[in-house]
Each structure stands twice: as structure tokens, then as C-alpha cells.
Design a protein around this ligand. Structure first.
Ligand code: GTP
Ligand code: MG
Length: 291
């Protein structure tokens, strides 16, 4: 079940036809990653470690420090992380509830991570891609900005909760600031905030709203660069460099390593799953140089 979700992603990434997904066996999530492990090493790197792959395109000697190895788990750890995101009777992955105010949010003891960013940056699509091993979970995405109006909570087994936030900027809900600011400031079980930036356009004025909130509330946050399938390699390299420089020189609370992803090709999704499982205290990888 898991593999038929993953395989079209793999196919799109390398421009292959659907035949890649035409096996007759029923695959478990672990076998799905086994499928990834069978890819030639260049393709595997592109799918699983996209930042590392990009780094390889800089001229030797002029390679910037992209902090590639601050979180660099083994492939075994990445495979283990998949089990948290694989729905089963014992690991229920489901939409829990929506809230417009923090006092409407579910009272949870589980660690929580949330996804914030401009309208249309790809928050809901990223959560949907993270849940590709639990296809029955419905996460709504839309071409129109301003689609997600409430704070949406998704339970991942007994392990953690993912939270999809409304976007800021164009067509943001009127009460956006109250809703999101209060959540970020007061949510006790919030372990990490993922701040999504569109890799095609880089950090925009409106992104500073979220960056300033995270910095002001001293939140540990991580920058995720979305839609990396949309740019040419040259353009993407330029954006990654600029964003890395921004993180290194202008932020205090941002995790130094960037996470480039594509919800279309699944690039970077496995690594992000592993990171989430780890920082919520579920995986305990040896992938951190420091934490
Ligand atoms: N090519 C490409 N398109 C993407 C990707 N991620 C999201 N999109 C598209 O971007 C649009 C917006 O995606 P959403 O996931 O709804 O964005 P959002 O940040 O949740 O938006 P709001 O809920 O309005 O704040 C949709 O048309 C998605 O198909 C990606 O990785 N690659
Ligand atoms: Mg959304």
C-alpha cells in the first residue's frame, strides 16, 4: 500500500514512466524504502539528501558551507522513521480537529510540530506528502492561496502531532495574527516550528512576519524550502545560497541546516520524516552532530 504511493513520486523525480510502480506484491513501508535503497547512488542522493546533491553542483574549492551534516542520519535510521508515518491498526494516523483559538485546540501530552509559512507556499501539500504512507488521511490542498483557515491537528499514532497552520500574506484569515501568534507563544508541547519558504522566490517581505515571531518568542525553528522541483538547478542553487546566508547571519533560533523538499517528487520527504521522529524524541538517531 505504501509503495504505490511512493513509487509515482520516485518515477516523477527521475522522469520515469509508471512502470516503476507496476509490481504485483503488496509492499510495506519498509519495503518501500528498500525500493529507494535500490536506486543508483546519484538518484538516491537526489531523492533522500537533496541538499547534499545540490552541494555537489558547486565548483570544488568554492563550495559554500551548507551545514550538510548537522543532521545526517543513516539510511537505516531513515528507514526506521518510516514506521512512525505508516498507518496501521496499532499506529493510527488521522485528522484530529481544527481550532481557531488556542483554547479550542486539543489538550495533548504528545509532542507537537507545526508548519507555518505564506499562503500557497505548500504547507498542506508537505503534510500530505509526509502522510503518503497513510493515504486515507485527508489533507486539503488548493491552488488558491488562503485555503487553510484554521489550525488543523493530525495525530501520528501515540508519538506526535503535526499541525497545519493557515498561511500569512494574501487572503490570510482576519484573525491570523491572534490565532497563530498565541499558538506559537503559548503551546506548551510545541517542540519545533517548520517555517516554509518557497524556493522559487526565496525569502519575501511577508516571510519576515513568521521569522520575527519565531525569533521574538525564542522558538526553535527550521527552514524548509518548498517546491524545489519547479526551478532550474542554477536558480535553486542561487536561492539556497541566499537563504543559507540569511540564516547564518540574521537568525538566532533557526536550525542552521536547510531542508529542501518537493511534495511533487518526494525529494527531501524521507529526511524530514526522520528529523521529525527524532526531534520529538521517538527515534534517537545518531544523525545529530549536536542537538
Ligand atoms: N510543483 C510543486 N507544487 C507544489 C508543491 N507543494 C505545493 N504545491 C502547489 O502549491 C499550491 C498550494 O499548495 P498548498 O499546500 O495548498 O499551500 P498552503 O501553504 O497550504 O496554502 P494555504 O493553506 O493557502 O496557506 C498547490 O497548487 C500545490 O499543488 C511542490 O512541492 N511542487
Ligand atoms: Mg494549507
Amino acid at each position: 500500500m505504501a509503495a504505490h504511493r511512493l513509487r509515482p513520486c520516485v518515477g516523477r523525480l527521475f522522469g520515469m514512466g509508471p512502470e516503476l510502480g507496476s509490481g504485483r506484491r503488496a509492499y510495506s513501508a519498509f519495503q518501500a524504502f528498500t525500493e529507494v535503497l535500490r536506486l543508483p547512488s546519484k538518484q538516491l542522493t537526489k531523492l533522500v539528501f537533496p541538499l547534499q546533491e545540490l552541494h555537489g553542483h558547486f565548483v570544488p574549492g568554492s563550495r559554500p558551507d551548507l551545514h550538510l551534516n548537522i543532521f545526517h542520519p543513516s539510511l537505516e535510521d531513515i528507514a526506521r522513521a518510516e514506521s512512525f508515518f505508516t498507518a496501521s491498526a496499532r499506529n493510527r494516523i488521522e485528522y484530529l480537529s481544527s481550532a481557531v483559538r488556542l483554547d479550542h485546540a486539543p489538550d495533548l501530552r504528545r509532542p507537537e510540530v507545526c508548519f507555518i509559512g505564506r499562503s500557497n507556499v505548500g504547507k498542506s501539500s508537505l503534510i500530505k506528502a509526509l502522510f503518503s504512507l497513510a493515504p486515507e488521511v485527508e489533507v486539503r490542498v488548493s491552488k488558491k492561496p488562503g485555503h487553510t483557515k484554521k489550525i488543523n491537528f493530525y495525530k501520528v499514532g501515540k508519538h506526535f502531532t503535526l499541525v497545519d497552520m493557515p498561511g500569512y500574506g494574501y487572503r490570510a484569515p482576519e484573525d491570523f495574527v491572534d490565532m497563530v501568534e498565541t499558538y506559537l507563544k503559548e503551546r506548551k508541547n510545541l517542540m519545533r516550528t517548520f517555517l516554509l519558504v518557497d524556493s522559487v522566490v526565496g525569502i519575501q517581505k511577508a516571510d519576515n512576519i513568521a521569522i520575527e515571531m519565531c525569533e521574538e518568542f525564542a522558538l526553535p525553528y527550521v527552514m524548509v524550502l518548498t517546491k524545489i522541483d519547479k526551478s532550474s538547478k542554477g536558480h535553486l542553487l542561487k536561492q539556497v545560497l541566499q537563504i543559507q546566508k540569511f540564516v547564518d547571519t540574521k537568525t538566532q533560533g533557526c536550525f542552521p541546516q536547510l531542508f529542501p523538499v518537493s511534495a511533487m517528487t518526494c525529494s527531501g520527504i524521507h529526511l524530514l520524516r526522520c528529523f521529525i521522529a527524532d526531534i520529538t524524541g521517538n527515534l534517537k538517531t545518531t544523525g545529530f552532530q549536536f542537538s
